[in-house]
Design a protein around this ligand. Structure first.
Ligand SMILES: [Zn+2]
Length: 256
């Protein structure tokens, strides 16, 4: 595998993966998707992301100590998001930069992310965002773009901390009180309104007016990212208020 020049000054090492292709339709990166590796060790993750048989990869992989490896050049389409959707686009791989964070994830008991690893991630995201002019609200979780299949990087990921450094889009979640406002399978205009708000923010949800499994999966993804204290896929008042505040806060400045 030919070593290529790193795209970012924060890269410690280039470890080329063969798993990439052309970005389709002339797309350029306009979002960043964060993942956890979900396997017990960094070495195992690196092996999977560079093995031609797995057909998966990411542009970057960050180890627990904060070393940043680049596996795929940013101009190429890495294979990290799979079947996915955000704001009308269903080929997220063609328009994103994928960042894998070494962490064993839900199957490994959701270990917290070490300080050095998050510091390295913040530096990397700032650098990518400024070079490609990626807006803050387009720093996404894998679970945001594939809510029915994925839970990474998970509800322990420190979105609030990143937001304090003007990385990513986030508002303080509204306090939790009371139960879910809708029963499973309930139908009606208020559910349509909720689905429309989720779709307006970017989630791939059908505006059906029915509180179906897909809507619950999208609500859980929203909570994992924006209201992590309770991830249950139910629309309570705090979830609605947080979503409304997030949409109101969408007028952002240039990437910071
Ligand atoms: Zn992922």
């Amino acid at each position: 595998m030919q070593v290529f020049p790193a795209d970012s000054a924060v890269v410690s090492r280039v470890a080329p993966s063969p798993n990439h292709g052309e970005r389709r339709g002339g797309a350029r990166p306009d979002c960043i998707v964060l993942h956890y590796t979900g396997v017990p060790s960094f070495a195992q993750a690196l092996g999977l992301l560079t093995d031609p048989a797995t057909e998966v990869s990411s542009h970057y992989l960050i180890d627990e100590a904060g070393s940043v490896l680049q596996l795929v050049p940013e101009t190429r389409r890495a294979w990290h998001a799979g079947v996915s959707f955000w704001k009308g686009d269903s080929d997220i791989n063609s328009r994103s930069i994928g960042v894998e964070i070494a962490n064993s994830g839900h199957d490994g008991g959701l270990p917290s992310f070490p300080e050095a690893q998050i510091a390295a991630l913040i530096a990397l995201v700032k650098d990518i965002s400024s070079r490609w002019r990626i807006p803050r609200e387009r720093l996404l979780a894998h679970s945001d773009v594939a809510p029915e299949r994925k839970r990474d990087p998970g509800e322990r990921f420190p979105w609030a901390r990143l937001a304090r450094l003007r990385v990513g889009h986030w508002v303080e979640p509204a306090p939790i009180h009371g139960d879910a406002l809708f029963a499973p399978a309930q139908e009606g205009p208020p559910i349509r309104a909720l689905q429309a708000m989720l779709a307006l923010y970017g989630y791939g949800v059908e505006i059906s007016g029915v509180m179906d499994h897909k809507t619950e999966a999208v609500l859980a993804a929203f909570q994992r990212h924006f209201r992590p204290e309770r991830v249950d896929g139910r629309a309570d008042a705090s979830t609605l208020a947080t979503l409304r505040a997030l949409i109101s806060a969408l007028q952002l400045g240039p990437p910071g």
